[in-house]
Design a protein around this ligand. Structure first.
Ligand code: PXP
Length: 237
């Protein structure tokens, strides 16, 4: 089964726009679970412009499904994750001011750094995932660094999909096959949506998890959160 982890950062962005507690991020996370999400993802950034550290602490005891924290492994981020102990941590190479993750790690250049950070998480039993492109060498070095999983950066797939779905997915099937041969678990995320998700899943049915935020929260404006989550789940069958 491919799990759907809902990234709730956009909900926090909306809340922060007014300074109060509407919408209530904690309630939305719990409702996502109630409506069938298999996990919740948050991406706390140093400037707390969407998810705040206090949200991350508050979510931990409330969630009943899988909690995934993604982010750049600064000292502050590492300390937060070690304290909160989510089920999974996903490392992204973002700079603090970046709008959104827009590239995978250069796992070869940063192998020593990643090994050290991944080991710290492993020691307390947190599953680790490293955000990568479809470059086979980057996946191999993620495995060498000790990652449990890789998360494929799917923006290039989403961009190419409308013109030629087969061509768009081909490098991802290859990368997913490399990951599988190396014994790595496989996640995917970025710009996945109701149009392109099912095709991706059908081509890579051994995918462990997708992490989806922007399109899903946007769809919920039209469809409502419950129906939206049901429709995304239906894409994973
Ligand atoms: N995976 C990672 C590592 C991300 O940084 C993001 C965006 O925060 C996502 C998945 C979700 O991407 P989207 O919001 O486009 O669904």
């Amino acid at each position: 089964m491919t799990k759907l982890s809902v990234n709730i950062n956009k909900v926090a962005t909306l809340r922060n726009a007014r300074g109060g507690n509407v919408p209530d991020v904690l309630k939305v996370a719990q409702d996502c679970e109630r409506f069938g999400a298999d996990g919740i993802t948050v991406h706390p950034r140093p400037d707390e412009r969407h998810i705040r550290k206090s949200d991350v602490y508050a979510l931990r005891p409330l969630l009943r499904t899988e909690f995934n924290i993604e982010g750049y492994p600064s000292r502050e981020f590492i300390d937060l994750v070690l304290k909160v102990k989510p089920h999974q941590v996903t490392l992204v190479p973002d700079s603090p001011t970046q709008l959104t993750s827009n590239a995978g790690w250069d796992t070869k250049t940063h192998q020593a750094f990643l090994s050290e950070v991944l080991e710290a998480f492993k020691q307390v039993g947190i599953r680790t995932s490293v955000f990568v492109s479809t470059d086979a060498e980057m996946i191999e070095y993620a495995a060498k660094a000790g990652a449990d999983r890789v998360e494929l950066y799917t923006e290039p797939y989403a961009t190419a999909y409308p013109k030629n779905p087969e061509e768009a997915v081909a490098p991802f099937v290859e990368a997913a096959t490399v990951a599988r041969k190396l014994g790595l678990g496989l996640n995917a995320g970025h710009d996945l949506n109701l149009q392109n998700l099912n095709f991706f899943y059908k081509n890579i049915p051994w995918l462990d998890e997708v992490s989806i935020g922007h399109a899903l929260i946007s769809d919920a404006l039209y469809l409502g959160l419950q129906r939206t989550i049901e429709e995304y789940k239906n894409c994973l069958h």
